[in-house]
Design a protein. Structure first.
Length: 147
């Protein structure tokens, strides 16, 4: 990933390390902002979309350009909303049920743009950033949703 981030993109990270939600919030903290939109995505033990059964974990794999694409998407979303700052972190590697997989934080003067930007950022990330997940099921089978 490039070392400098676009204006209003205050934090972007993609990697195997656990995500510290407080540090993502701190990245966008601004005393002029009264609204903070936050999304924390965790690994759940079911996936109704791909079939019945118990999910035991996920493995996220990212394209080598995914970190740069994540920064680009964050900048694009920030430009569409009246926000002071956005930050996003996404895990790669093997995660267990309950682990945090992604965190998005957006700060704005008021709550409406912060929440709208937060929803837009997670949706756009899922659509455009080349990160794939492999679901592991009880019994050892695995599936690749969306691939």
């Amino acid at each position: 990933m490039s070392t400098s981030l676009p204006e209003r993109v205050l934090g972007v990270r993609l990697g195997p390390e656990p995500i510290d939600v407080a540090s993502v919030i701190d990245a966008v903290a601004d005393p002029a902002c009264g609204g903070l939109g936050l999304f924390v995505g965790t690994v759940r033990d079911t996936d109704e979309a791909t079939g019945p059964g118990e999910v035991t974990g996920l493995t996220y794999t990212a394209h080598p350009a995914a970190a740069d694409e994540l920064a680009r998407v964050a900048a694009e979303v920030a430009s569409r909303h009246d926000v002071r700052g956005v930050a996003v972190e996404h895990r790669t590697g093997s995660l267990r049920v309950g682990d945090i997989a992604v965190v998005v934080a957006c700060a704005a003067v008021h709550r409406a743009p912060a929440l709208a930007a937060c929803a837009d950022l997670i949706d756009t990330l899922k659509e455009q950033v080349p990160i794939w997940k492999e679901q592991t099921w009880a019994g050892g089978a695995s599936t690749w949703p969306g691939v």
